[in-house]
Design a protein around this ligand. Structure first.
Ligand code: NAD
Length: 478
C-alpha cells in the first residue's frame, strides 16, 4: 500500500508518500481507463477492485467471447467450405476444451496488460470490496476479511453491471445460465434455449450453433437485435435461420422447468401457436442490472442506476460515477469515454465533461452487425426528410474473392443537405468498417464529400462508396 493514505482502524494507521487524489471503485473499462487518465494528469490514484482488473469486458465479456467467436468462425470455415477455396481438409473437429482454454488465455493476457499499465503509471490496485461510509472515505474489506480505510478528496464509482435474472426461473449455473457460465461450459450442449437476442444472446447463439448445438432463440420484441435498424434485424434473422437457428420473435417464455435432460420451456406468441422448447441448457441474456456499492445516502434513478449530474457527480460531493452503473449507453467504449470525461472534469480546470452521443454498436456473430447514428425508424418518427443508399457485398469484388458476400452497407443521408446521419452494416468486417462512417458523421461529411473520396480497390470499404452513390441513384456496380 506504499504511497496511499490508508488507515486500518484498530490495527495500524499510516499515511505514506503522496496523498491519494482519486480512489476508483471498479477496475473495468470505466475504472481502469479513469485510473490511467488521472495518472496521466499527474494524480495519485488507488483502484479498488475485488477481482482482477479488466472488469467484465476483459475477464468475462467482450474479449473472451470474441476469442470464442474466432474459434467458432475458424471451425465453420474449415468444416463447411474450405474445399471451395481449394483447401483440402481431412477430418475437422472442434475441441471445445481447447477453445475455452484459448479464450481464457486471451483474457489473461489482456488483464496482465492492464496490470502492467497500472505499474507503469504508478496506480495502486487494492484487492477487496469497497463501501463509502461518507464522502472522501472508502472502507475496504480485503479478501482475508481485514477492514481498512482509504481517504481521498475524490472518489469515482465504476462498478459496472451484472447479468439480469428472470425472477421466475433464477439461474443455477449449470442448466439455467448467464453469459459467464456460457464462456466456460464443460462441453458444447446438444441443444440450447437462448432467452433474449441482444448482443449477448445473438453472439452465443452463433458460437454454439456453429459448433453443432441446436439453438432456439426467443426474443420478446418483434425483431432479433431489436435495437438495430429494422432491415438489419431482418437480415440477421434470415442469416440465423439459414444456419439452422430457430428464431421465435415477439415471444414470451412463460416458464422454464428443469428436467432430467435439461430444461423445458413454455413459449407463447400472440396470434401464433405456443411452443414447448426442450433443451440441455437455457442461457438467460435479457440485459443487465447495475452493480451499486454500499454508499451511505447515494441517490439512485427509478431504474436503480446511480444518479449523476452533467459532471458525472452524484448527490454526494466529491463522489462521481461513470460506466454501466449510471445506465445510458451500456457499452465498454461508452463507459471508457464517460470515465475519461469525468476525470478530466475533476482535474482539468475549465473542462466541461461531455456525455456519449455518437456511439457505435457492434455485434460479433456471422455476419457481423455494426451501426452508428440514426436508424430509419427514428427519422420517420421525428419527421426528418432523408435518403437511403444501400449496397450489397455480393457486388463487391473483395467480398466475392473472400467468399463473404452476405450483407450490405446501408447509409442514411439528410435529404436537403446530404449530411451523413446513420450507417448500418451487415457482413464481413462490419465492425471495422463502421469506424469510417463514424468519422464521416463526426466530421459532418455529406454524400458529395463521400462521392469525391477514392476508396482503395479491392476492399470491402468500397461498399461505403457504392452505398453513397446509391443514395443518389448512381451506383457503379449495381
Ligand atoms: P440487451 O439489453 O442488449 O438485450 C436483451 C434482449 O432481451 C432485448 O432484445 C430484450 O428485448 C430481450 N428480452 C428481455 N426480456 C426478455 C424476456 N423475458 N424474454 C425474451 N426476450 C427478452 O442485453 P444483453 O444482450 O444481455 O447484453 C447485456 C449488456 O452487455 C448490454 O448492455 C449489451 O450492450 C452489452 N454487450 C455488448 C456486446 C457488444 O457490444 N458486442 C456484447 C455483449 C454484451
Amino acid at each position: 500500500m506504499a504511497g496511499s493514505t490508508l488507515d486500518n482502524p484498530g490495527h495500524e494507521s499510516y499515511a505514506c508518500g503522496m496523498a491519494t487524489d482519486l480512489i476508483i471503485i471498479g477496475g473495468g473499462p470505466a475504472g481502469y481507463v479513469a485510473a490511467i487518465r488521472a495518472a496521466q494528469l499527474g494524480k495519485k490514484v488507488v483502484c479498488v477492485e475485488k477481482e482482477r482488473v479488466g472488469g467484465t469486458c476483459l475477464n468475462w465479456g467482450c474479449i473472451p467471447t470474441k476469442a470464442l467467436l474466432e474459434s467458432a468462425e475458424m471451425f465453420r470455415k474449415m468444416s463447411q467450405g474450405a474445399e471451395a477455396y481449394g483447401v483440402k481438409t481431412q477430418e475437422v473437429s472442434a475441441d471445445w476444451g481447447a477453445m475455452v482454454a484459448r479464450s481464457r488465455a486471451v483474457s489473461d493476457r489482456l488483464c496482465n496488460g492492464i496490470e502492467f499499465l497500472f505499474k507503469k503509471h504508478g496506480i495502486e490496485h487494492v484487492q477487496g470490496t469497497a463501501r463509502i461510509p461518507a464522502p472522501g472515505v472508502v472502507e475496504l474489506t480485503a479478501l482475508d476479511g481485514t477492514v481498512s480505510r482509504l481517504q481521498a478528496p475524490k472518489i469515482l464509482i465504476a462498478t459496472g453491471a451484472q447479468t439480469r435474472e428472470i425472477p421466475a426461473f433464477p439461474m443455477d449455473g449449470t442448466r439455467i445460465i448467464g453469459s459467464k457460465q456460457a464462456l466456460t461450459l464443460p462441453k458444447v450442449p446438444s441443444s440450447m434455449l437462448v432467452i433474449g437476442s441482444g448482443s449477448i444472446g445473438s453472439e452465443f447463439s452463433y458460437v454454439y450453433s456453429s459448433l453443432g448445438c441446436k439453438v432456439t432463440v426467443v426474443e420478446a420484441l418483434p425483431n432479433l437485435l431489436p435495437n438495430e435498424d429494422d432491415e438489419v434485424s431482418k437480415a440477421m434473422e434470415r442469416a440465423f435461420k439459414k444456419r439452422g437457428i430457430t428464431c421465435l420473435t415477439g415471444a414470451k417464455v412463460e416458464s422454464v422447468v428443469k428436467t432430467d435432460a435439461g430444461i423445458k420451456a413454455h413459449v407463447t406468441r400472440p396470434g401464433k401457436p405456443d411452443n414447448d422448447v426442450e433443451a440441455e441448457v437455457c442461457l438467460v441474456a435479457v440485459g443487465v442490472s447495475p452493480v451499486v456499492p454500499d454508499v451511505q445516502g447515494l441517490q439512485l434513478t427509478d431504474r436503480g442506476f446511480i444518479q449523476v449530474n452533467e459532471r458525472y457527480e452524484t448527490n454526494l460531493p466529491g463522489v462521481y460515477a461513470a460506466g454501466d452503473c449510471i445506465g445510458g449507453i451500456m457499452l465498454a467504449h461508452a463507459a471508457s469515454y464517460e470515465a475519461t470525461q469525468a476525470v478530466e472534469g475533476m482535474f482539468l480546470p475549465g473542462t466541461t465533461p461531455k456525455k456519449p452521443v455518437l456511439v457505435p454498436g457492434c455485434t460479433y456473430c456471422h455476419p457481423q452487425i455494426a451501426s452508428i447514428g440514426k436508424r430509419e425508424r427514428e427519422l420517420k418518427q421525428s419527421g426528418v426528410a432523408y435518403k437511403v443508399g444501400k449496397f450489397p457485398f455480393q457486388a463487391i469484388g473483395r467480398a466475392v474473392a473472400a467468399g463473404e458476400t452476405e450483407g450490405f452497407v446501408k447509409l442514411i443521408f439528410g435529404a436537403e443537405h446530404g449530411e451523413l446521419l446513420g450507417a448500418h452494416i451487415v457482413g464481413e468486417g462490419a465492425t471495422e468498417l463502421i469506424a469510417t462512417t463514424q468519422l464521416g458523421i463526426s466530421a459532418e461529411l455529406t454524400d458529395e464529400d463521400l462521392h469525391a473520396m477514392i476508396f482503395a480497390h479491392p476492399t470491402l470499404s468500397e461498399a461505403i462508396h457504392e452505398a453513397t452513390l446509391a443514395a443518389d441513384g448512381v451506383p457503379i456496380h449495381a
